[in-house]
Design a protein around this ligand. Structure first.
Ligand SMILES: Nc1ncnc2c1ncn2[C@@H]1O[C@H](COP(=O)(O)OP(=O)(O)OP(=O)(O)O)[C@@H](O)[C@H]1O
Length: 310
């Protein structure tokens, strides 16, 4: 069973229903997996999350969260940790007080507070008032709050806003551990490095429409193509050999010090065969690897989406 199912969600914020924030959005999160929803500012990520958290109604469509309807069963949220975008915590309370209050609301032992403070590295600042926290510290308390009670599902809207790289690394480890323990995760993020390391499934959204679902590898292949980067000291030989292989085309060549770097575009994923042919025909190869730049693939994907939406 899936941890989250969203089917054909439509949401309009304007009364006339002319500008849909979501225009028929469907997605799923498998139990025990990490799903990332990626898209530019204003594409509908937070709206999707607020609907699955039962905070706003869709104009159309259905949602299920851990097998329940988020609009009729509030009990299910005891098993859900939620990090909202730009968390709004009470400024007059300390981080510890916020967490203790959450324990009372969720019926969790307060002994958990020190555990989650430790995870997000906030023990030292736990008794300072939220008003005196930096943005990253507030975010860390919001993440700690979501981790209370060992949730079966973690929903995070841009969890890494304002946190420093060391904390980001820690949060990433926490997510990986939770996943190993069977927790399902649904997240939005503009940090593609995190997405690469964490997400089992990626959805791409543009102007309220999902236009891609797959793994990070699928996404790179689809939007970047299969591009192999080859560094060689024998550029003429490489060009000559490539001429006779019908599934390869040189898409770029540039000099790099003593070597030449080729970007080879492959029609089919026959990398292994290609490397063997090049070596056996006497091409001297210093490096041979696939171009898997996720930010480049993401940029191309959004460029395509913007062209087809106009
Ligand atoms: N409360 C609201 N009232 C009116 N319009 C809204 C409201 N919330 C969001 N919108 C609009 O709905 C669309 C989707 O916004 P949403 O916040 O879901 O985007 P997002 O993908 O989360 O963006 P970001 O990456 O900036 O957080 C945008 O056009 C936004 O202006």
């Amino acid at each position: 069973m899936s941890a989250i199912i969203a089917e054909n969600l439509k949401k309009f914020y304007d009364k006339k229903g002319k500008k849909p924030a979501l225009n028929g959005v469907s997605f799923e999160t498998e139990r025990g997996s990490v799903t990332a929803l990626l898209g530019p500012n204003g594409s509908g990520k937070t709206t999707s999350i607020r609907i699955i958290m039962g905070l706003i109604f869709p104009n159309q469509g259905k949602v299920s969260i851990l097998g329940d309807d988020p609009f009729s069963s509030k009990k299910v949220f005891r098993e859900v940790g939620y990090v909202q975008e730009l968390p709004n915590l009470p400024p007059f309370m300390s981080g510890r007080e916020v967490l203790e209050m959450s324990c009372s609301l969720k019926g969790i032992d307060k002994g958990e507070v020190s555990k989650v403070l430790d995870i997000v590295g906030m023990k030292e600042f736990a008794d300072r008032k939220i008003a005196k926290y930096s943005k990253g510290m507030t975010q860390r308390i919001a993440i700690a709050e979501a981790l209370l009670g060992n949730p079966s599902l973690l929903v995070m809207d841009e969890p890494n806003i304002g946190t420093d790289p060391i904390i980001n690394l820690k949060i990433r480890e926490v997510i990986q551990d939770l996943k190993k323990g069977g927790t399902s995760v649904f997240m939005t993020s503009h940090q593609l490095d995190d997405v690469r390391k964490l997400a089992d499934t990626v959805y791409l959204i543009y102007k309220g429409k999902i236009f891609f679902k797959g793994t990070v590898e699928d996404m790179v292949k689809k939007f970047l193509g299969i591009i192999v980067i080859v560094d060689t000291t024998t550029p003429e030989k490489l060009q000559e050999v490539i001429k006779s292989i019908d599934y390869v085309k040189v898409s770029e060549m540039r000099k790099r010090g003593e070597d030449y770097r080729f970007l080879l575009s492959l029609k089919e994923d026959r990398r292994e065969e290609l490397s063997q042919i090049l070596i056996s025909q006497g091409v001297k190869i210093k490096d041979f690897f696939i171009n898997d730049e996720l930010d480049e693939a993401y940029g191309r994907a959004m460029e395509n989406a913007s062209k087809t939406s106009n």
